[in-house]
Design a binder for this molecule. Structure first.
Ligand code: ATP
Ligand code: MG
Length: 415
């Protein structure tokens, strides 16, 4: 029992827009155990659409399409389905009312053209669209079923979740359950993580554990398939434990969690305030912190101390220190953190310096070298790292390193 996903739109076949709907739908189908055999993309051409639907219905039990349901002349899905099944398009009174009501709610008169959105091939059923005007189309054909959804991703997501998926489940189209658990780590490279996990990441192992790297964050995905959700969860749980045991404090979070989310939660737990003194990261650490809702109670502010004069004047870094060690040094970053903590009166202060490149590196201090310091009532801790990477990569990783230093400090700090 295979599924086929059809993405309709000339903006996709021309390469103007990326087809993210097919990707999303495939992942959703995988979760309910329905394998996808085909992804088909077709332009806004009537004959091509009819053919694509014909082929899909002949080789797949479930056909999920998106796009071409709008009111304009290039929206051809309705017509294509009517031609394919050789029936008339008929108006559905309830759908027409809904569309009119949708316009009325926004204080607008429905343009005549939108009437076509209430037309359905005979034998088809409207699918409720709570997020837009275009209803979807549910059309059984032979022993297959075609479900057409709007192209606008947010409308499509909602329609699939609330209308299409329940219909598929009710029809018994379910081959089991697949769950994915994502575990995020910082502080080890991909090969370092792999080395520690050893046999856990072997190909063909059940459950499967995959490693992905994105800008210094190494994530592990446990993919477990089973007949029921409980079984799938039970399959994944021991592996998550094993990963946490082997990678210890390098694991900072799960799923979409980012370093700053964990840092802010820890600041709140310890009731500690923080400020930033940033050179190489130019405000990236502060920027990451303020993405977290409710951070204002813990993050007070920061100083972007890019030029040495700002380090001296705003953060009281002794000029002699810069002359003696250079701005990119353990000594200077520590002085910045201490100066920032005093100046802004916070419990903690985090500072960054580094060489983002591409120019300016030396044998002793190569491009990619970064120092981070954290000042607290217990003194200063420093960490340095050297990344190969572009300017933006070095800066972004330095910001993450800074947040990670705060995280590790707070994890170890007694309350
Ligand atoms: P509507 O009924 O709202 O007019 P539609 O069903 O006619 O929607 P389109 O006109 O094809 O859909 O596309 C509407 C929007 O959705 C466009 O911005 C398009 O880029 C986006 N979109 C369409 N198909 C996809 C897709 N497969 N992946 C990602 N975005 C898409
Ligand atoms: Mg459209």
């Amino acid at each position: 029992m295979k599924a086929e996903i059809i993405s309709i739109g000339t903006e996709i076949t021309t390469g103007q827009n990326l087809d993210t709907n097919a990707q999303w739908l495939s992942r959703q189908l995988a979760v309910i155990g329905i394998p996808v055999g085909f992804h088909t993309t077709v332009s806004d051409d009537l004959t091509d659409n009819v053919n694509v639907f014909r082929i899909a219905a002949s080789r797949a039990k479930i056909v999920l399409a998106s796009g071409g349901l709008g009111p304009t002349l290039d929206d051809l899905t309705r017509e294509a389905l009517a031609l394919l099944t050789n029936v008339q398009l008929v108006e559905n009174a309830e759908s027409l009312q809904r569309i009119q009501a949708m316009f009325a709610k926004r204080g607008r008169v429905m343009p005549d053209r939108n009437k076509v959105q209430a037309l359905f091939p005979q034998g088809a059923e409207p699918i409720l669209n709570e997020r837009g005007t275009a209803p979807g189309i549910w059309l059984p054909i032979g022993d297959s079923v075609i479900a057409c959804m709007p192209g606008v991703p947010s409308e499509m997501f909602h329609m699939f979740e609330t209308q299409v998926k329940p219909r598929l489940l009710a029809m018994g189209f379910i081959g089991g359950v697949q769950i994915e658990r994502k575990i995020n780590t910082f502080g080890l490279g991909e090969s370092g993580v792999e080395e520690r996990l050893k046999e856990l990441t072997a190909r063909g192992r059940i459950p499967e554990i995959g490693i992905t790297v994105s800008d210094a964050i190494v994530s592990l995905r446990i993919i477990a398939r089973a007949t029921t959700l409980e079984e799938a969860l039970a399959l994944a749980a021991p592996d998550e434990l094993a990963i946490r045991e082997r990678l210890a404090e390098m694991v900072y979070g799960v799923e979409q969690e980012e370093l700053q989310d964990v840092v802010v939660a820890l600041l709140a737990k310890h009731r500690l305030t923080i400020a930033t003194a940033e050179s190489v990261t130019g405000g990236l650490v502060a920027n990451r912190l303020v993405t977290v809702p409710g951070v204002s109670e813990w993050f007070h502010g920061g100083i972007v101390a890019y030029d040495n004069r700002v380090k001296v004047q705003q953060l009281a870094v002794p000029e002699s220190l810069i002359q003696q060690h250079g701005a990119v040094s353990k000594e200077v970053v520590e002085a910045m953190a201490i100066g920032c903590r005093t100046k802004l009166g916070t419990d903690l202060a985090i500072a960054t310096v580094g060489l983002a490149g591409p120019g300016g590196g030396t044998e002793e201090k190569p491009v990619g070298l970064v120092f981070v310091a954290l000042a607290s009532d217990a003194g200063v801790i420093t960490q340095s790292f050297n990344w190969n990477g572009t300017r933006t990569e070095v800066q972004s990783r330095a910001a993450k390193l800074a947040l990670n230093v705060v995280r590790l400090y707070l994890l170890k700090r007694g309350s």
